[in-house]
Design a binder for this molecule. Structure first.
Ligand SMILES: Nc1ncnc2c1ncn2[C@@H]1O[C@H](COP(=O)(O)OP(=O)(O)OP(=O)(O)O)[C@@H](O)[C@H]1O
Length: 613
């Protein structure tokens, strides 16, 4: 492609863009791609973060694409922001180049239009919503009100406490030179202290989890009044907010806010549920921005993803080997291991205390908020470390430099897989993801066919690993050191989780019980606990009942198990693992049914968003 051709194409492209943008608000890049489909392949490969600017002399198709894409700003100093914001980005964050989602969103500024933005994990969505929110607050708030700082002007709702705290930290940095204050209202922390701070300091930006925000709205009159100043509402990880059952809370929160406001939804995945709330919470003409190419997986290309299918006997040795192999290659690496239940997380963390020389952390809902915050901070700053975690760390949480994510057992949905694996390969870095399933769980892989998973190389040598006598001796010692109570809890949590997953498991329910026994025995129990027939029938395990019967979730998982022999300590009453079961009724693939849409649908009006069903 010559410079001459480039110069002929550019004005043509520009005028095509202009026509498109005047007619439909579909923005320039979309139109250019439409007009010149040959260019799409490069754009499809473009990663979330802009790389070095391409010099004009390097004129080939790729360069041309970059130049055309360059119609969107790529540097923060190319967009017109409040000087304090620009200065904070430069001097506090020390960022110059925008990620793709940032340039897509910021190129629209100034705007008070509602937006739904979809972008891959770890591509800088936080700043992509904080910056426009600040601009709107500054433009729309009466200067006197702004000066007094008695009203909240921006409200951000996050599904988890960790994520809320992380967003609050980013917001503090961004708003520092504006002298705006940021409050983080999450559960597990003193409500009265939060109220005191709201009453004694500037309010400005409030970040919170739905539960605590709702509680404050219902019980603290002053807070309700403060919310009357809100100019921007942001739902981060909007999909997860709904998946976690926060629909009613969100509606209550929305009801407490002024109608005249800008609303921004950000998510790495889009489910049908989120569409229904978008319908009611966003203005009808909202802008939909999808930075994920429809022909590309929803996961980051620079993350090497693999899977393995093994027995429980093989799983622990293999997991150990995968971790150790990674450590050999990345002594300063950071590993995250996701487990489906809190009890399982505790058990694996306890086993690996005996097995790994990595600095070990564990994070789950059975820890106090104070412990959770400390663990998060320490893991964030650590190197050469491993974290065993439940889904409290699955979404949004940004631990820099995670080099490997292992998911042991099936996640609650394909979307959850995407978010978990998104803890690595962030900010354009490389990473690795491994999904470890057993034969019982194999059917889950059918739902993952559009993701670039290949068979794990290490797992191909599992027989060799099983013949490693010194490893086996080490594992046996670690298993013997486990508390029988913990094994017992992991067993019951396992049953709770998998009986709630009959939406994807194609095996008879009885196989779940057999698997649970294998699971607990290969993690250290002398024998599996006895489960009474009566209780199994109640759970739908009886062979005469449907093999794909309902979830255990509503059946009060509270009885029927007892000690096998001496290894389990007594009947344990109510042991339902709440953190896992709350995810258990979700279905698969809903978010990605729309993958046949062309790139020209990636940015446009709300109609496009809804027509993607
Ligand atoms: N313009 C930028 N230049 C360099 N690094 C950036 C830039 N914007 C964000 N980052 C860094 O990229 C990482 C990911 O950002 P962020 O957590 O906002 O991603 P995300 O898209 O919200 O991820 P998730 O979907 O997991 O919530 C963070 O460490 C952040 O500091």
């Amino acid at each position: 492609m010559s410079i001459r051709l480039l110069s002929i194409l550019r004005p043509a492209l520009r005028s095509a863009s202009l026509r498109a943008s005047t007619a439909t608000r579909v923005l320039p890049r979309t139109a250019t791609v439409n007009a010149f489909p040959a260019l799409t392949s490069h754009l499809q490969r473009t990663v979330g973060f802009h790389t070095q600017p391409i010099r004009l002399q390097a004129v080939n198709q790729e360069a041309l694409s970059e130049q055309i894409e360059g119609q969107l700003p790529t540097r923060f100093d190319e967009v017109s922001l409040h000087p304090n914001t620009t200065k904070a980005i430069k001097t506090i964050f020390k960022y110059e180049t925008m990620s793709k989602v940032q340039s897509e969103v910021l190129s629209l500024l100034p705007t008070d239009t509602d937006m739904f933005v979809k972008a891959k994990t770890g591509t800088g969505k936080t700043l992509a919503f904080l910056i426009p929110a600040l601009e709107t607050v500054l433009a729309k708030t009466d200067p006197k009100t702004l000066r007094r700082g008695e009203m909240a002007t921006c409200l951000i709702v996050s599904p988890t406490r960790e994520l809320a705290q992380q967003i609050a930290e980013e917001a503090r940095k961004l708003a520092k030179l504006h002298k705006f204050n940021v409050h983080c209202l999450v559960g597990g922390e003193s409500k009265s202290q939060q109220i005191r701070q709201l009453n004694s300091k500037r309010v400005d930006i409030v970040v919170g989890t739905p539960g605590r925000l709702n509680d404050m709205i219902e019980s603290v009159r002053e807070f309700r009044s403060q919310l009357e100043g809100v100019k921007v509402l942001i739902l981060d990880e909007a999909d997860q907010l709904l998946d976690m059952g926060f629909k009613d809370s969100i509606e209550n929160i929305v009801d407490a806010l002024p109608k005249e406001r800008q609303t921004l939804f950000f998510s790495a995945t889009v489910s049908s549920q989120i569409k229904s709330i978008a319908r009611t919470s966003l203005k009808p003409n909202f802008t939909f921005i999808d930075t994920v190419d429809p022909n590309e997986a929803n996961t980051n290309l620079q993350v090497n993803q693999s899977y393995c299918v093994t027995s429980y006997e093989q799983q622990l040795p293999l997991l150990h080997h995968i971790i150790e192999d990674h450590k050999r290659k990345n002594p300063h690496g950071k590993v995250m291991v996701f487990l489906p239940t809190t009890r399982g997380t505790q058990l694996y963390a306890s086993l690996f205390e005996e097995l790994t020389s990595y600095r070990l952390f564990s994070l789950h809902s059975k820890k106090s908020q104070e412990q959770r915050t400390k663990t998060s901070d320490r893991f964030r700053k650590s190197r050469g470390s491993i974290m065993f975690t439940s889904d409290v760390s699955a979404r949004g949480v940004d631990y820099p430099d995670v080099s490997l994510v292992v998911q042991v057992g099936i996640p609650s949905s394909k979307e959850q897989y995407i978010h978990r694996v998104g803890r690595t390969g962030r900010a354009g870095k490389t990473g690795e993801g491994v999904l470890m399933v057993t034969h019982m769980e194999k059917s889950f892989l059918d739902h993952m066919s559009d993701l670039p998973l290949t068979q794990n190389e290490i797992a191909k040598n599992v027989d060799e690993i099983m013949n490693d006598t010194s490893l086996m001796a080490k594992l046996t010692a670690a298993k013997q050191a486990q508390d029988p109570d913990m094994l017992y809890d992991a067993f019951t949590a396992y049953l709770g989780y998998y009986t709630g997953r009959t939406d994807v498991l194609t095996c008879p329910k009885r196989d779940i019980l057999e698997s649970a026994k294998q699971y607990v025995v290969h993690l250290g129990a002398d024998e599996p606990p006895h489960v009474s027939e009566a209780f199994l029938t109640k759970l739908g395990f009886n062979s005469r009942t449907s093999s794909r019967g309902g979830s255990s979730r509503d059946r009060g998982f509270s009885g029927g198990f007892s000690r096998g022999r001496d290894n389990f300590a007594g009947n344990r009453g109510n042991f339902r693992d709440r953190s896992s079961s709350r995810y258990s009724e979700r279905s698969f693939g809903r978010g990605d049914r729309n993958s046949s849409y062309g790139r020209n649908d990636r940015r446009g009006s709300s109609d496009r968003f809804f027509s993607r069903d």
